[in-house]
Design a protein around this ligand. Sequence first.
Ligand SMILES: [Zn+2]
Length: 471
Amino acid sequence: MARIAFYDPRQRGSRHSVLTAAPAARRRQTRRWRAGGGWQLALVFLVLLGVNAYVFLFRKGTSVHELMRASSLASASGLGVPGAAATGPGRGGAADADAAAAASDEDAFVVRGTMKGYIGLSAALAAAGLTVGQADELVTALGAELDLRALQPQHRFELRLDPRTRAVEQLIYQLSAVRKIVVARGADDTFKARREEAPLELQVAEVGGRIASSLHGALSAAGETAALAAAFVDLFSWDINWYTDPREGDEFRVVVEKRQHAGKFYRYGRILAAEYRGAAGRFRAYYYQRADGTGAYYDADGRAVRRAYLKTPLEFRRISSQFNRKRFHPILHRTKGHLGIDYAAPQGTPVWAAADGIVGAAHAAGGAGNMVVLRHAGGVRTIYMHLLRFATGLRPGQRVRQRELIGFVGSTGLSTGPHLHYGMVVNGHPIDPQQFKIGAGPLLPTEERARFLAAIGASATKLGAIALAKN
Ligand SMILES: [Zn+2]
C-alpha cells in the first residue's frame, strides 16, 4: 500500500492534486461536464458566462477585489478548466447572488480534491487555498478519528467554505463509496471528526462446500473471501483443531449476512448459522440473542459454543490462507518423552492465551527460549515456548483473558525453525494438550429453550438445505 507523506515540502503545490472548485449550487452541472461531450460543456459554459456577466454588471457587492480573490483560489487549485474559471465570479457574486441560494439551500463554497501520488493532505488543503494553520487544524481533527497512514491516492475529499468569510465549515474525506469522515465544527467551536457510513442493503447468503486442501481454498472456490474463512475458523476454534482435524472431503455450510452497497458486495455481517462435518465430528453453531439482549453462539442443543479452552492457542485465521495440508505438515516430529505439541507456524504469528488466567512467568528459559506460563482455574497451567517475543507489557501476575495476545511465534532456544511448543500441566503432571478434556459450554436455561428453538428455526432450515456441489 502506498504511504502518504503528510508534510512533505517537496510536494507542496498543485502538480499532484486535481482540485475542482464549484459552488454547491452548480455541483450537478459539474458532474454533467464530466459525463457529457464537448458541446454540452460549451453550452453550460456559455450559460455560466451569461450568469456571470449578469452578476458582474447588474448586481451590487460584486467587487473586482472579490473576483480576484476568488480566481486566486481557483488557480491555487491548479485548475484550468471552465469549472474553476466560472466558479470564481459566481462565488464573488454569490453570496450576494441570492439566485444561487434560491437554486440550492446550501450556499457553502465547495472545493473538491483527489489524493494523488504521495502528496500530503495538508499540502492538498493548502493548494485549495487554506492557510497552513487551517489545514493543520483539519488534519489534526481528522487524525483523531482515522489513522492518517490509511489515506490513499484516489481518495476524494471535499471542503465546504463559508461563502462570505471563506472560513472552513466542513471537510468530508471519502474513504470509499460507503465510508467517509466528516470534520465539522463542534459546539465548542473546535473541529471534530465523525465517521459516516452510507446505508447498506442486507442480504442473507448460504454457502457450502467440501474441503480439498484447505477451508480457505474451498471458500474461495465458492466465491467467498478470506474474511469469511477467518470468521468460520474463529467460530469453531473451541471445537476444531484447525491444524490437525481437517480432512479432505470434510463439509462446511454457512448462513451469513452480506452487506451490499449499490448492488455490490461490501462486507460480511454476522454468521447466523454454521456447520462443520468431518472426521473430527459434526459441529453446529447458531447465533442467538438472549432475552436479556446478549448475543452469542450456541449448538443445536442450546449449549454455548464458547468454552474454557481453545483447541489451539494460535491465531490460525492468520495462516489459514497459506495452510495447505498437501504441502505443509503442521505438527513437527515428536520425540520420546516430549510432552506437548509443536505447531509449525510462520515467525510472528500471534500466540493467544488458551484460556482465562494469570501470567505465571514470561522470560527467557534456556532451551525453551522465550517462554510464557499461564495459570488457570483447577490447577491447570499452559506453557508456550520458543516465542520470538512477548506481547508488549506482559508481566507475571497479570490477568489475561482467553484469546488475548501473549506473544509471537519464533524460534528462540533449542529450536530448528519457527514453531510454538504448547504444553499443559494439570496438578503438577505434564499432559498431552490433545488429550485434555475441555469441558462443555454452559447450557441455556430451560425457560429460554423454546424461545431459542423458535429463533434459530429459520437459520437451521436454511443450513440443512444447503446443497454441496458434487465433486
Ligand atoms: Zn516441543
